[in-house]
Each structure stands twice: as C-alpha cells, then as structure tokens.
Design a protein around this ligand. Sequence first.
Ligand code: WTA
Length: 648
Amino acid sequence: MSEIESVLKETRVFPPPPGFSELARIGSEEEYHDLYRQSIEEPDLFWGRVARELPWIEDFHTVLDWSDKPFARWFLGGKLNASAICLDQHLTNGRADKTAIRWEGEPGDLQTFTYAELHQSVCRFANALKARGVKKGDRVAIYMPMIPELTMAVLACARIGAAHSVVFGGFSAQALRDRIEDGGCTAVITADGGWRRGKVLELKKEVDAGIEGLDDVHTVMVVQRTENEVAWRDGRDVWYHEAIEGVSDECAPEPMDSEDLLFLLYTSGSTGKPKGIVHTTGGYMVGAYLSSRYVFDLREDDVYWCTADVGWITGHSYIVYGPLANGATIVMYEGAPTTPHPGRFWELCEKHGVTVFYTAPTAIRTFMRLGEEHPARHDLSSLRLLGTVGEAINPEAWMWYRRVIGGDRCPIVDTWWQTETGGIMLTPLPGVTPTKPGSATWPFFGVDVAILDENGVEEGPNQGGLLCIRKPWPSMLRGIWGDEQRFKDVYWSDVEGCYFAGDGARRDEDGYFWIMGRVDDVINVSGHRLSTMEVESALVSHEKVCESAVVARPDEITGQAICAFITVGQEVEVDDSLRTELAEHVAKEIGKLARPSEMRFTDALPKTRSGKIMRRLLRDVAAGIESAGDTSTIEDYSVLAKLRGHED
Ligand code: WTA
C-alpha cells in the first residue's frame, strides 16, 4: 500500500524536451494516437505495412490467424530469415561499412565489426555448425560471456534455421543441464571463460559438469576467451577458432516459415520448473524491429547501448535482433558495471560516444548509492535518450537518472514488457509522451492492454487490478516448449480470453499505466525473475534442510531480495557455516543470483490448518511489518510470534 500511495502523490510531468520531437521518428501525440488506433482497429493494415518494411524471402498472404485461440499465427505463408534481416539487407542498403558492433571486454580490450564483417563472421560460424551436423530444426544451447561471438552464435543459429536456447552465463551447471534436457538441445556453444569482476568465470567447466551423461549432445563448440585451462573430450569438443579455419564466409540464409521456431528462452514462473518460452520467426522479428525503431527512436548516427546480457530477453530483442534489424551501431560490454572502477559505465558512454542508453533500475540505484562524483568525471553530453527495463523504477531513481545521467535534457523511456511478450508493451515514445517518473505510461502499437478484475471487468481509474492484454500481438510467445496445457493454464486462464502474466497495475486518471509488481510467487531480483518455488526446492534438496519458504522482501538496490525461512533437522547446528553451505548449495543448483540475501531459521513455518505455508504472513515478517490481513486460518499462532521475535 505504501508504494501505491507514494506513486499516487507523483504529480511531476516532463514533456519531451524542446527540439527532440522535431527530429523524432514520431513527433506528435496526434501521430501516435492515429497509428495506435489503426494498430488496434485495423491490425491487418497496420502490421501488414510494418512487416513489409523488412525483407521477406517470400511474402505472406495473411497477417493474423487467431482462430485457434490462444495460439496466434502471424504473417502466414511468409518466409524469412532473422539473420538475413539483421545482416544481409545492410550489405546492399549502404550500411556494409557501417559499424555494427563496438565491443569492449572487461579488461579493456576492444573489437569492432562492420556489418560486412559481422556478416562474414556469422556465415563462417554457421558453416562451422553445419559441418558439425547442426541443421534446421535442431536446438542449440548457448552459454557464453558477453563477447561478440555470443551475438554471432545467436545469428549463426538463426541463419541455418536451428533454434537457439541462450542460458545466462550466471546460471549453474545444474540449471544449464535442466534447460538443455528440456529443450532437447544437441549442441552447446560456450567459451573457456569470461571476465567478470576481475576474475575468470569458468564456463566450459560448468558445461562439462552440466552435460555429463547427456549423450544427445554431440558437439560443444568452445570460443577461446580467457585462455584458462579446460578439460577436453575429443570427438565432442571443438575449438571455435579451429572450426572456422578455412571455412567459407558465405552461407545462404535458410528460408524459414514465419511460424518456425526462432528461439527458446527459459523463464521462471510461480510454480514448477522453468518454462521454455517459444518465440517464432516472423512476428518476433517484426515486433523487435518496430519497437526498437520507435521506442529508441533509432537514427542512422546513433550509438546504442543496452547494458543487459544477451542471456535475457532484453538482450535478445534489444541488443541483437531489434537494433541490428534497424542497422544500428550497438555497444556490447563484457564485464561488471563497476569493474575496475565505479564509473566504468560512464567511461564507456564517453569513450564510445553512446547516444541511446538502456539499463535496469537496479543498476541506476547502485550508481545513485555510489555517488554523483563518478558520472561527473565523464562527458556524457553524447547521450540523447535514456531507457529502463526489468522492474518498476522508483521516482527518486528516475529523477536521479534524468538529472545526473541525462543532464535534464534526455527523455526517459520506462519500458514494461516480459520474456513472454518478446518486445516492449508499455512505454513512452520519446518524442511524444509527457513522462511521469515511475510510470511506463502508454501502450505501444498493437497492444490492447487493460486493467481487469478476475471476471474480466475493467477497473476504474487508480484501481489496482490485473494487467491484461486482450488481443494478440506479433512478438507474443507461441507457447511453452513441450507443454501446451501449461501455456493455457499459466497465461490464459486467470481472465477469460485474455493474456495475463502476473503483474498487477493501475491506470491513472490521465490513462497512464503504473506497474504495481507481481501478484504471484515470482521474485524480481535486480530485474531477474526467479520463482520462490525454485529457490525453495533448491534449499530442501540439501540434506540438512527439512522445510523452507522463500519470499521477497523490498530492497533498496535490487528492488526485491530473497528471504528464506528454513527449518532444519534437530541435530543440525545453525551457524554461519551452515548459512554459507546453504548459499553455496543454492548457487550450485540454480546460480549465484538465487542465493538468499537473508536466511531465518525457525522451528516451524506458519501454516493454515490445511497445511499450506502462509507466505503472505512471511512476506510481512520479512519486510518487518505487522500483518494487517486475516490470520484466522493460521494453525499455530506461536510460530508467527517467534518469527517476529516476540514470543507472546
Ligand atoms: C517486471 C524483462 C515494472 C514485470 C523484459 C514483468 C517491470 C517482469 C518493467 C518480466 C517495468 C519488467 N516496470 N516492472 N518497466 N519491466 N518488469 O521476463 O514484473 O525478465 O512481469 O522480462 O519484469 O521480466 P522478464
């Protein structure tokens, strides 16, 4: 409630800066409203026109088929190749010698690739994969540091029609294994290691452990990055630099059906194992292309930097596919934001002349804490547009971002979307939308969004409800890999006929959307989605743990932090070494990002009489507030009292 009240008091409005709108791709509210209206009322016309801005191998005959709800099919009959859209078109449209990627490693090493060079590298990579027997329809796991070869690997898969399943390099061997098995991946692309906070992250080692005994994985292609020693299995493992030796730098792009699988990306839901979110080729590319173009207002001379990792959806859509489809120059950075010094991001902005900068609220809050003196040491005058994604940004951080990084001159686009939506759904358009700090403002084109109650009735102004999408959009997920029923249950069953993926929101009297956070058991730590269930099952898989309940508690920097309530066996001693042991265990099962920031040991967990753990109560305990809600179903009051620390 307190959060809702505080945003209710937000009355500041920032119109697009003078001068910005005149040059913007969309520069007036009328234009936005006209296009938006068309995108909703005449989707065939709108999306047909937008899609044909991209080069298709074969034109589509039908824009949308929504007869088999909730399975939408877009651009039927069309054939295209995502890598050709990102690369080949630019060889003949004047961008061949334009810089596609400016990359910097954490140690400060540099590489740049023009579109022509990137095209060659991707073709060679694709041919090397083909030579290993990777073919159309296969799934390839990619587990890499943020090096140019990661982008190349993604595009090389797309080029030959193999779907990629990128697994963030921070995940553990076990998490990687689960995803490889679920997706049925037959090849893995990795690196010996990557640089992170001055240390080598040994990725190949994790892969070796992760695929032990998985006989279906016939190839592990390894990019040499850190030159650390790696174990080797002959026949299965190949060095990338050897595999591309003498290989042709031409590889015709595989014509893909619009609805052919482009990639899987795993994400957490409130229950069960991670879901392999299915994205197909045509709709996804159209969505990524259009949203990049208008939300980031991409112009020919922009230097665009999205600080996400390609391992997340933000990296897929707004490092690789969207910006490259637009022929933009992108910056990629390997390392941590504060290595080797707290001003690293700002140094990079200055050095590479970044004009459009897209990052996460958690990073902004970290920089706020570190102090203004760090950005102040760098000339940030090249910046013209700022963006955020991943979680709600608090108005204070928004104002800091605007003033300290944006010099009060750059518009901020706070973009709400999800792995499932494939692209940005709620966002200001920088040349159009008067922004309010903390609000993701208005729907993007084609997004028919509403705040509904469980019965599908629209809520009034400022009434909180479920954030739902009523009509299909091109870049929407097509399903959960291998689980049709779960797709229907998870996304289409809360509100009849609507897509709902877990966020609560309200719309204010001016029609602005304010995201109020997840309504399910998903925790958002630093913009990374984790399910409480997954962390709990990691904890209870440790021999000393009997039971655990994991909840989110508010955190100033990371947005939310993981608080675990744990019961252990009677003979187990609770001390710091147990804490370390359990943290390590969670890191091994899922990855370091899932380690609880707080563990509270308790004799028992508060439960209802039917045996359900009362998470709502635990959330209050974790946040240090007295529960105001109904506790009448609690089985044993003393448990709660003990947890709160007063044994009355
Ligand atoms: C949250 C990341 C508030 C939200 C692209 C959503 C946000 C989840 C915002 C998706 C935002 C993302 N304001 N909340 N601008 N952007 N979220 O799948 O809870 O990693 O459901 O996709 O992040 O996380 P995901």
